[in-house]
Design a protein around this ligand. Structure first.
Ligand code: G3P
Ligand code: MG
Length: 348
């Protein structure tokens, strides 16, 4: 692997366990730490600040490249988080890069979705913001969107003609869409026309969602609508305006491949200081998943099976007194701090 992990204590490649932390509702609410997360995570490093216990973040969130998100997490938590420890919902999109070559793909969502995709190697990617701005009158509500007025657009705008003449081969919903009305409108245009809004030329281009979370937890008392809610809105409308039902693929937890990949990355983290051990040869007896959403985090860990052990916190989507009825966790605790305490005691 070309990825390196510089700050790892020798203890970490002897560890027989690893930990995957969900972010929203476990580590953070919005951009504030929750459940004593900075103190809990600090226990996984030694006194010199080197990583003692292999851990990573396994989030269905996204919108920034893994390196930028790792820096943001380091800053918010006062710890040294490596990009290798940051698995976001859109991270598997990098495996689709060869499917599209030089073909135009549109990247939607909050943050910097096109930068995320370019970093994965996509050669011809445009953000939904920039794509929509190439078409006059595509969003009839744009003049009423006061937050758009005065926006100075993009640093290096592409030639409009160049964009308008190219067929869109895929749309990637990288992170939670910001302007649902425009994005639903423009996605319907792209998807029902075969990739040339305003024309009618062919079958539906590919559509990929980074996750299918109906909701997630922020500092607001009740859950907020997530990408899965956006998917339902888009799908319901598309299926009314078009006679062939919407086709799409969703990534993220609870898909088993996400947990398999997390296991591989944890092995890589555990073996990366030991030049003699081949990456992936490390053996974990237990992998802990600490999450707040029974349907997503706990269901995923349960489906993944051995060696996953699921821990459900009460700082996010789940607020129940007892275990969740349909997707019970191996352990329910109040906070991530309690979860880490349990793990360190059990493993000592
Ligand atoms: O938008 C983020 C949300 O859908 C879930 O994030 O960290 O709880 O998996 P997380
Ligand atoms: Mg969560």
């Amino acid at each position: 692997s070309s990825r390196s992990f510089s700050n790892l204590s020798p203890e970490s490649n002897r560890s027989s366990y690893g930990i995957a932390f969900d972010i929203d509702g476990v580590i953070l609410l919005g951009s504030s730490p929750v459940g004593g997360s900075p103190a809990a995570l600090r226990r996984l490093y030694d006194d010199s600040g080197a990583l003692k216990i292999p851990f990573l973040f396994l989030t269905n969130g996204g919108g920034l490249p893994e390196s930028a998100r790792a820096s943001e997490m380091s800053h918010l938590l006062g710890l040294d988080v490596s990009p290798l420890q940051m698995i976001q919902a859109h991270s598997p999109f990098r495996k689709l890069v060869n499917r599209f070559g030089n073909e135009l793909v549109v990247a939607a969502g909050k943050g910097e979705p096109a930068v995320v995709m370019s970093n994965y190697g996509f050669k011809n990617v445009i953000s939904m913001d920039e794509y929509a701005s190439c078409f006059d009158h595509i969003d009839p509500l744009a003049p009423y969107k006061k937050w758009m007025i005065g926006e100075d657009g993009h640093k290096e705008p592409r030639s409009r003609e160049n964009v308008l003449s190219q067929r869109v081969h895929a749309a990637f919903i990288v992170s939670d869409p910001v302007d649902w009305s425009r994005d639903i409108q423009v996605l319907c245009d792209i998807l029902r026309t075969g990739g040339l809004p305003g024309k009618e030329i062919g079958p539906q281009p590919h559509l990929y969602f980074a996750n299918d979370d109906l909701d997630y937890q922020t500092p607001f008392p009740t859950e907020r609508l997530g990408m899965g809610a956006f998917r339902i809105a888009l799908e319901s409308i598309f299926n009314r305006v078009h006679d062939v039902p919407l086709e799409y693929t969703s990534f993220g937890k609870p898909n088993p491949s996400v947990f398999k990949n997390a296991e591989d990355v944890l092995k890589e983290i555990a073996s990366s200081t030991n030049s003699h051990s081949k990456s992936g040869s490390h053996h974990f007896r237990t992998l802990y998943m600490i999450g707040d959403n029974p349907k997503i985090d706990i269901r995923g860990a349960r489906q993944a099976g051995n060696p996953w052990f699921s821990i459900l916190t009460r700082t996010g989507v789940f607020k129940g007194k007892n275990n969740h009825a349909e997707f019970p966790a191996d352990l329910v605790v109040d906070t991530v701090e309690e979860a880490v305490d349990f793990i360190l005691t059990r493993e000592s």
